[in-house]
Design a protein around this ligand. Sequence first.
Ligand SMILES: Nc1nc2c(c(=O)[nH]1)N[C@H]1C(S)=C(S)[C@@H](COP(=O)(O)O)O[C@H]1N2
Ligand SMILES: [Mo]
Length: 563
Amino acid sequence: MSIPGSTNKSDPGFATPDPGFATPDPGLATPDPGLATPGPGVARPRRVLKRSTLWAAAAGVASGGAGIAAGELTAGLLSPLVSPVTALGGAVIDAVPPGVKDLAVQLFGTADKIVLVATIGLVAGILAALAGVLEHRRTGWGLALAGLAGAAGLTAVVTRAQASPQAALAPIVAAVVTMLLLRAMIRRLATWAPTDERPARQDDDPAPLARRSFLNALAGTSIAAVVAGTVTAILTRATAVASGFRGSMTLPEPATAPQPVPAGATLPVDGISPLVTPNTDFYRIDTALTVPAIDPPAWKLKVTGLVEREIELDFATLLAKPMTERHITIACVSNNVGGDLIGNALWLGWPVRELLAMAGPKPGADMVLSTSNDGWTASTPLEALTDDRDALLAVGMNGEPLPLEHGFPVRMIVPGLYGFVSATKWLTELKVTRFADDTAYWTPRGWSDHGPIKTQSRIDVPRSGRTVQPGKVQFGGVAWAQHRGVNRVELRVNRGPWQQANLAGSISTDTWCQWQLGMDLTPGDYEVQVRATDSTGEPQTEDKAPVAPDGATGYHTISVKVG
Ligand SMILES: Nc1nc2c(c(=O)[nH]1)N[C@H]1C(S)=C(S)[C@@H](COP(=O)(O)O)O[C@H]1N2
Ligand SMILES: [Mo]
């Protein structure tokens, strides 16, 4: 990139670093706006760095700092995975040849990451100063540089493995904040200390006022940058510790291996939901504004309430327990008919019933109120945690430690119950109690205190509203009736007779299963509906119910145009 004016010989010295820059002119100490003109002692006009250039650079650094801090704060609030600075660092690590990487590790050892971040900071500072100077020279040039830097951050963030659409927000916030602040400050600076291209009007000199306005803006921006940076640092430090631990831990082998996945459980239908949902695609629902970051060595699970013995369990002790690994499909009570707030994962954990057996629930108890690190609570029937259904204190999800968003280090997973009454993430306490005595988070907010998952089915393909080729049209989707199991899935076209779909084998009654049906359809408009029947012979109801208080019902209905 060329710097406007850098080849211009009349340039007052920005491009050629003047020795006077290193040994500050005594005049620098006095905040005299007249510095731009050489002092009386200067015999020959020297190539001095104009003070306005320094102020422009400072404005660039302050606005860039505030912008980056705003971006990092946005990322910190959204998700620990979307920091633009971290993503850029990751991109640099990926791009650097292995030799350089080894050298960096040799030189800096475990401090190599700190050195990388410091380098990114230094480069960002230089670019920001440059943006300030450019913007002061020529309106729009500094903004363009800030925009380019923002685009680099955006590219780094969206190409990272864990990228989600919301990840794009942080670098955009960073760039927009930087540009707005930079523009505002340079405008003030231009009135106070105009560049040669835009000489000030000598008669009506606005300099002193403009100077105060600029300095105020600079001070305000710098303070905002430091405050936002500090808040972000506090917010993300715990996250860094938690993800560091998560990255270096190994999950124990299960003592009880998962049920085998039956052959044919996955149907060859394009666009059907995968039998097991990858962690990165797994729906996320919680009330947490920032993802709680728990350092496992400091984590404890307390069992309290109506028990013979209160218990405190630490993470190492939990990991040493005989673990069970199971596929379990969890669903959100807020999942609308046809919605996607449902997912199937392989969970690794210690059965809750074993912990409760150690504590010894007292007679009369009928509920366990589980509490998360951030104070959220769920009411689970005691029976669902003590019967043989393998309710788990889960530490693993699809072979990995729980992702931070999904409850690291420990969450509950209870087959057959909606998440809001069972699947407490960032779990810290189990209070054995009675429904009559304790109330969970959602109960006073218009939701039920009980939440068995209702039998449901969904058409994944074709998507509603699509036009498909006449002939054999492939329909496919998933159906679930956790802890009862699905026996039958049927489709009907334009409210005609129900036609039975092919039901793939399910892993267990606690998981969903795929279904498929090819139907011959001639050109026209069709309404297609699906229904599932559970293993008790009870078909899902056609009656439409909203999600509150205890889960939606009705048939998933799509429209398809054949032609
Ligand atoms: N701590 C905590 N745990 C929670 C919630 C929450 O708000 N806070 N929401 C629950 C709800 S409503 C659901 S559906 C599941 C979703 O789990 P997931 O985000 O891992 O898919 O988590 C449950 N566990
Ligand atoms: Mo939920």
